[in-house]
Write a protein that binds this ligand. Structure first.
Ligand code: ARG
Length: 407
């Protein structure tokens, strides 16, 4: 949870209520009475309850504000499922499974967020609500095989080790794409494992339209990326359990998950399939060729199976459209250049040439209080604030950030 004083929380709460009412064109009297009620609850109990509409709007704006996502043109179409009443880990796991099925369904992927119980009031008195510890609902196991290197996803060596220590059994002959169980922490901080029932996770087998040897590598990937370890913060209230999914951009799977040398490290083998010689020094660009063809294969295979996927060129165009729309709505979009620019054909996409700044606005999604959480703050550049007040706010924010980081 973010480290915020009661005043700061209250300020975020009323600013959010303001935003909600302004952007949804609500009458002024409604806004005023809601703000009063929220401020009162916040000061008394350090907590207030979002209405279902505020919750849905907050989750969408949090996406709109998240600087690292290139797919934000569609922020307003996020489907929000209110699961705040669900407190029991078994039921959270059940809903997570339903979430994956709903999102993946026919192959046309819907962007959904399931929002579970928030942190209420003072942390010392109330236990933290249960949350999902796994980074995504679907992850492939990674094994270290002494003397032989690695099998599976190297990024998940640690979760795999923990799951095994807790009694999870990999298949009799472990493979490169064994699906890990979901790990949930209950209110007392104990870990619980939930295996996804077969049929929950849809996967796409990777083949190349021309280079048939690539199918021989037996690569595949799941269709629904569902981030489950980020905390959603809306108007001073934190939701530590709020798994959300989008659909894949081709480079995420091809260039990074399969291509990275610290993940599946497939480039040398893809190069061999293409008849290139990765060891030889004659062609320093064998990696580039392997990357391009691996991207072609992943995109082709997802399209073949009718599963939603965007390529990085289209994603870049859509991001430019998002920026334009934001600007014409009078907002300045946040962007984190190193995350927005695709790892493939970078300079040929328009986003490469766009300057961006991460303004770390709230509402937002963040990973942890210490890293990105400490930077989040209200936007104090609004014109309607008197100049002196604005300067003062900015100083205050800077001071708070520094103090929080030092802790
Ligand atoms: N990059 C992550 C992965 O490869 C997924 C992150 C979310 N991606 C998305 N398209 N919504 O699994």
């Amino acid at each position: 949870m973010r480290r915020l004083g009661r005043w700061e929380r209250c300020e975020e709460a009323t600013a959010f209520v303001d935003l909600y009412h302004t952007e949804n064109q609500q009458p002024d009297c409604v806004r005023r009475s809601r703000k009063r009620a929220v401020a009162r609850d916040m000061m008394r109990h350090g907590y207030y309850e979002h209405t279902p509409e505020e919750l849905a709007y907050g989750a969408r704006v949090a996406w709109r504000n998240h600087a690292r996502c290139i797919g934000r043109l569609f922020w307003n179409s996020l489907e929000v499922v209110d699961c705040r009443a669900i407190q029991c880990p078994d039921l959270i796991a059940g809903r997570a499974i339903e979430h994956l099925r709903d999102a993946g369904g026919s192959g046309k992927i819907r962007s959904i967020i399931s929002i579970f119980a928030p942190v209420r009031g003072s942390r010392l008195r109330e236990p933290l609500p249960p949350y999902i510890e796994s980074q995504q609902l679907v992850r492939y196991a990674g094994y270290s095989i002494p003397g032989k290197g690695y099998l599976g996803d190297q990024a998940n060596l640690e979760p795999t080790r923990i799951a095994r220590a807790m009694g999870w059994k990999p298949p009799p002959s472990p493979g490169a794409f064994d699906i890990l169980p979901i790990m949930i922490r209950d209110a007392q901080g104990r870990r619980l494992l939930y295996t996804l029932p077969s049929g929950t996770v849809r996967e796409v087998d990777i083949e190349h339209p021309v280079h048939t040897e690539i199918a021989g590598l037996s690569l595949k990937w799941y269709t629904v990326p569902c981030i489950s370890s980020m905390i959603l913060t809306i108007g001073g209230i934190d939701y530590p359990c709020a798994p959300f999914n989008g659909y894949y951009m081709v480079t995420e799977i091809a260039s990074r998950n399969l291509g990275d040398s610290l993940r599946y490290n497939m480039l040398p083998r893809v190069a061999q399939c293409l008849g290139l010689n990765p060891g030889g020094s004659t062609d320093p660009m064998w990696r580039d060729r392997a990357l391009t063809e691996l991207n072609t294969a992943v995109l082709y295979s997802f399209k073949r199976d009718g599963v939603t996927m965007v390529d990085h060129h289209l994603a870049s165009e859509q991001y430019m459209m998002f920026v334009q729309r934001e600007q014409s709505s009078g907002r300045t979009p946040s962007g984190d250049w190193s995350w927005i620019v695709p790892p493939e054909a970078a300079a040929s996409t328009e986003v490469f040439h766009l300057s961006m700044k991460d303004r770390a606005l709230v509402p937002n999604y963040y990973k942890s209080r210490a890293s990105d959480g400490a930077n989040l703050a209200l936007n104090y550049d609004d014109e309607y604030r008197p100049r002196l007040r604005r300067h003062w706010d900015r100083l205050r924010i800077r001071l708070h950030r520094r103090l929080r980081k030092a802790k």
